[in-house]
Design a protein around this ligand. Structure first.
Ligand code: NDP
Length: 286
């Protein structure tokens, strides 16, 4: 009896170090199953000094693309053939897409945040956003928020240099007006703030009781409070904000949003977003 099935899977994955706890495999494999695609997502540990070889391996295996996580998001740029405009602006790549022989770098982190806001019915046009933090996530989110129409962006950070560099980028390269505030004691959220975002790593599992240095009583009911932390999704910060009457948006939506954008870039298909979110909720459940 003949067997005409193809046993060859299309390959994508993530390069990182450390990478063992990166949960993206769960979300992407759930998406492939829901879309009935014979694709595999591989979680691959790549040492910093072996990134160039790993990218050669990706080319040799004819992989369809790759995600990059710590510490490769900036270093990978030197090994790519092309950068999408937003990745050039942000200066970091979290998703590579193979286009024929060419490897093209994108950054979907900030787009995932904007998509999660849109899914919650929030229009960024004319809004004042305050970001706590000025690292890679804050940079991607602030740039994409500015490109999506935010009018005013305040960056609050404990180290001035990172915060000031991000503010310069926003003022020079996007239509938004940006300013920097040095974190010094408890930050009081100014009147007129529409959206407050924790874009620091504070609150990530296992330090789930840690809170950003914010005067919680300055969070007013009209403010939408967002958290970048996906695990646990309902952070202590979001709980404190909700207790003061604010509406909240968790980091799981952003994680799913950026993964959904990568899924569509790789496969050309709409992403099965509900299945992706469900798969992560199952593993992040306390
Ligand atoms: P970075 O290390 O680049 O930046 C961390 C930021 O947090 C910096 O601004 C740092 O301040 C600030 N920070 C850390 N600890 C403290 C503290 N104790 N007090 C005040 N500020 C602090 O990390 P990333 O930006 O790449 O990631 C940040 C978080 O976002 C991570 O937890 C990551 O898991 C999450 N993330 C979530 C995504 C999602 O899809 N939901 C996507 C990407 C990231 P300083 O500059 O002064 O050091």
């Amino acid at each position: 009896m003949s067997d005409t099935r193809s046993y060859k899977a299309e390959l994508v994955g993530v390069f990182g170090y450390p990478v063992a706890e990166n949960p993206t495999i769960v979300m992407q494999e759930a998406a492939f199953a829901a879309a009935d695609l014979h694709w595999r997502y591989l979680t691959i540990e790549v040492l910093p000094e072996q990134l160039a070889d790993a990218i050669q391996g990706l080319r040799a295996f004819n992989m369809r693309g790759i995600n990059l996580t710590i510490p490769h998001k900036v270093a990978v740029i030197a090994h790519l053939d092309e950068l999408a405009p937003e990745a050039t602006l942000i200066g970091a790549v979290n998703t590579v897409v193979r286009d024929g022989e060419r490897l093209v770098g994108h950054n979907t982190d900030g787009k995932g945040f904007v998509r999660s806001l849109q899914d919650a019915g929030v229009d960024l046009a004319g809004k004042h956003l305050v970001f706590l933090g000025a690292g890679g996530a804050a940079r991607a989110m602030a740039v994409e928020s500015a490109l999506a129409g935010a009018a005013q962006i305040t960056i609050v950070n404990r180290s001035a240099s990172r915060g000031e560099t991000l503010v310069e980028l926003l003022n020079e390269r996007t239509p938004a007006a940006a300013r920097f505030t040095l974190l010094d004691g408890k930050y009081a959220v100014p009147d007129g703030t529409d959206i407050l975002v924790n874009a620091t790593s504070i609150g990530l599992f296992p330090a789930v009781d840690d809170l950003p240095d914010v005067d919680l009583d300055s969070i007013k009911p009209g403010v939408l409070v967002c958290d970048v932390i996906p695990n646990p999704p309902y952070t202590a910060f979001l709980q404190a904000a909700a207790a003061r009457g604010a509406s909240t948006l968790d980091g799981l939506g952003m994680l799913v949003g950026q993964g959904a954008i990568a899924f569509t870039m790789w496969t050309g298909r709409d992403a099965p977003v509900a299945a992706m979110r469900r798969s992560l909720e199952e593993i992040f459940r306390p």
